[in-house]
Design a protein around this ligand. Structure first.
Ligand code: GCO
Length: 439
């Protein structure tokens, strides 16, 4: 990898990211059942019906996992707290859950690692789902209560906090496409989730402000959308994909408006008086996080709104089948700053790839990952050179883990995990990063 810390501005943070359900082991420590436990227990939803009940047992191995973060010379650890662990029934605090995140926080600080928390990375407690989950407007208040419970305990030691990881996944992927829990394909549920997820974000930011907290942000996942051909129809559908995936969330949080092309489809299904919620949704944040992996080629498709489809692209692909397109990261950094966030700090909160990594003679070679990281960091540097305020870059992920519907096949880690023995083996990319990030 042809870069070192010196190629980035003073104070630029490098980090690694994980999430609770993907690593901790949901069966440990008195956690309640979450929507992913039930989703995985329903045939056909996850590969081999795999779930996160043990995951990679980070609940018991967090000390040695954090040693890997420190030895990799990373500044930040982006982790998430599980609502179902902190409040197993959605409402009542489980002291063991709070204790765990308290220990985890202190273990980061003891190693000089900055704790960067996400409050929700999809572990909806099933009693909340029984009340309608993201379809129910009350979820914003319930989420604020959870925010208060966890941040009253660890908020004093957080470097940064974002309420909700990837609102598009929470709403569209899970309620329209049905690929993630709770696995709905329902436009009315989707419209409500698309709005309530941002209302909950705003309520959580307000709750943390009331606790006196600073350095609060929002984390969105973005996919660059290119038209599949030169037709006006493809251009229109690519713009619609961009609206649904990217602009809805940026528009809501930073402008207090939703894109007109998306409202054409979702408008009739929106909750009453949704416009009145923008003062809460636009509660100011201190930074904007971008999770970026790939782009999509989009063309028209028959049928009901949105009437679009993904077309296979020609670029090199990762094990997920995602095209490698570093220009998309540059495009998003520049466009987000110029059209939505201005001088607000931007952080790449996730970037990385899955590859079929194997241990050979005790080592794991992952050249595709190293090349991917290097190319995406070039995009970051290009944006910085143009004056875009990018302040950090975090890799997904510290270690191989539960990749949701894809189960344990897709290895996104810098550290290899043997899913039988749970042994950790740093990959070549980890060693290169540790070398290049020396202080
Ligand atoms: C996401 C999540 C992660 C995933 C990662 C790879 O972006 O979907 O934040 O949980 O594991 O992105 O798909």
């Amino acid at each position: 990898m042809l870069f070192t810390r010196k190629d980035f501005p003073e104070g630029f943070d490098f980090g690694v990211a994980t999430s609770s359900y993907q690593i901790e082991g949901s069966r440990f420590g008195g956690a309640g059942r979450c929507q992913w436990d039930d989703f995985a227990a329903t045939p056909g939803n996850t590969k081999n019906a795999e779930n996160g009940s043990i995951a990679v047992d980070h609940y018991h191995r967090y000390e040695s996992d954090l040693d890997l973060v420190a030895a990799g010379n990373f500044d930040c650890y982006r982790f998430s707290t599980s609502w179902a662990r902190v409040m197993p029934d959605g409402f009542t605090v489980n002291p063991e859950g709070l204790d765990f995140y308290d220990r985890l926080t202190d273990a980061m600080l003891a190693r000089g690692i900055k704790p960067c928390a996400t409050l929700y990375h999809w572990e909806l407690p099933v009693p909340i789902l029984d009340r309608g989950g993201w379809r129910n407007r009350d979820i914003a208040d319930w989420f604020a209560e959870y925010t208060h419970a966890i941040m009253s305990r660890i908020g004093d030691r957080m470097f940064s906090v974002a309420p909700i990881n990837e609102p598009w996944c929470v709403a569209w992927l899970s309620h329209f496409l049905g690929y993630h829990a709770p696995g709905l394909k329902d436009i009315r549920a989707t419209a409500r989730a698309m709005h309530h997820v941002l209302l909950a974000h705003g309520r959580a930011i307000q709750t943390m402000r009331d606790l006196g907290m600073t350095n609060l942000g929002a984390v969105f996942n973005f996919e660059w959308a290119d038209p599949a051909d030169h037709s006006p129809e493809a251009a229109e559908k690519a713009a619609l994909y961009d609206g649904i995936y990217n602009r809805w969330f940026l528009g809501g949080v930073f402008r207090g408006e939703y894109p007109a092309n998306v409202l054409e489809g979702l408008g009739p299904h929106m909750p009453d008086r949704w416009q009145d919620d923008f003062p809460t949704i636009t509660t100011p944040v201190d930074w904007c996080g971008l999770n970026y992996y790939t782009r999509k080629l989009i063309g028209p498709d028959g049928g009901a709104w949105p009437g679009l489809k993904e077309v296979e692209g020609p670029l090199e692909k990762t094990l997920m089948g995602w095209e490698i397109y570093p220009e998309g990261l540059y495009n998003f950094l520049t466009r987000t700053a110029r059209e939505y966030t201005g001088t607000l700090p931007l952080i790449v909160t996730e970037n990385g790839l899955a590859s079929p990594d194997v241990i050979e003679n005790g080592t794991v070679d992952d050249p595709q990952r190293s090349a991917y990281i290097e190319k995406h960091l070039q995009s970051v540097r290009r944006a910085i050179a143009e004056g875009i305020p990018v302040k950090g870059y975090y890799l997904w992920s510290l270690m191989d883990n539960y990749e949701w519907a894809c189960g344990y096949e897709q290895r996104f880690g810098l550290v290899h995990v043997d899913f039988d023995t749970l042994e950790r083996t740093p990959k070549a990319s980890y060693h290169q990063l540790a070398q290049n990030l020396r202080r």
